[in-house]
Design a protein around this ligand. Structure first.
Ligand SMILES: NC(=O)c1ccc[n+]([C@@H]2O[C@H](COP(=O)([O-])OP(=O)(O)OC[C@H]3O[C@@H](n4cnc5c(N)ncnc54)[C@H](OP(=O)(O)O)[C@@H]3O)[C@@H](O)[C@H]2O)c1
Length: 233
């Protein structure tokens, strides 16, 4: 079945790989990026028939409004799946002992507030579909079962908060039969993950989509990894 997906942070990394794999399966895909015209990878995929590019900075109110207007022009009959992939790691050098306020604010703004901004703005289009899936690309670094290493404190805190956002959305949208989930994509070879990472973007996205394709209303509020295994919150 051909569905309509909206993916944020689609200029590179995991987001761009979502566009590649979803479009190759024949789905309609709206690739949202801060500067789509600067992404050579994205430009190669956009055909304005099944794959569209829309400018979106998730932390900018005007950008969110304008993006959703454009998405409505493209997919006015409804959007089946929103993949909230856009995220930043912040500066790797900071731990909980020295992370400045500005670091917490900027990472939290992108990873939590940005995810909330676009999710809220997309609800009317998601409600037009019967599918109603929201997939938040989170991280094992936001799991309370994983509190060992010291770096990336703001990122860890933000991903824990993003996981709570998944849970409160799942609860608040339950009666409307939404399925809202968090996903750990693995340690992935992207600009964020670096070249030592264990998982390729292809493997990560293939695994996430294999699980995402099976999601049902009973799965609302789950947290899983790219191999489909359950994650501890
Ligand atoms: N890579 C890993 O090992 C790993 C592990 C766990 C979780 N994750 C999560 O997976 C997601 C994707 O990560 P990645 O590895 O693909 O990272 P990446 O290569 O650094 O790409 C991040 C993407 O997010 C976009 N973005 C950042 N801020 C944005 C904003 N305000 N509005 C819209 N887009 C914004 C970037 O756009 P620009 O090109 O414009 O900067 C880029 O497209 C993130 O949520 C990350 O936390 C990654």
């Amino acid at each position: 079945m051909s569905l309509t997906y909206v993916v944020t942070g689609a200029s590179r990394g995991i987001g761009l790989e979502f566009i590649k794999q979803l479009s190759s399966k024949g789905h309609t895909v709206v690739a949202c990026a801060r500067a789509p015209e600067k992404s050579e990878g994205l430009k190669q995929l956009v055909d304005n028939k099944k794959v569209y590019a829309v400018t979106l900075d998730t932390v900018n109110e005007a950008s969110v409004k304008s993006a959703v207007e454009k998405i409505t022009e493209i997919a006015g009959n409804g959007v089946d799946v929103l993949i909230n992939n856009a995220g930043i790691s912040g500066d790797r050098k900071y731990s909980s002992k020295d992370s400045p306020a500005s670091e917490y604010m900027s990472v939290f703004e992108t990873n939590v507030v940005g995810t909330s901004n676009i999710t809220q703005a997309m609800l009317p289009l998601l409600k037009k579909s019967q599918t109603r899936h929201i997939i938040n690309i989170s991280s094992n670094m936001g799991s309370h079962a994983n509190t060992t290493s010291g770096n990336l404190a703001a990122y860890r805190v933000s991903k824990a908060a993003e996981n709570m956002l998944t849970n409160v959305l799942a609860s608040d949208l339950k009666d409307d039969k939404f399925v809202v989930v968090s996903v750990h994509p693995g340690w992935v070879q992207t600009d964020m993950g670096g070249s030592n990472a264990h998982v390729t973007p292809q493997q990560s996205v293939q695994g996430i989509l294999a699980k995402a394709d099976t999601l049902e209303v009973k799965d609302n509020g789950i947290f899983f990894d790219y191999e489909g295994k359950p994650m501890d919150w």
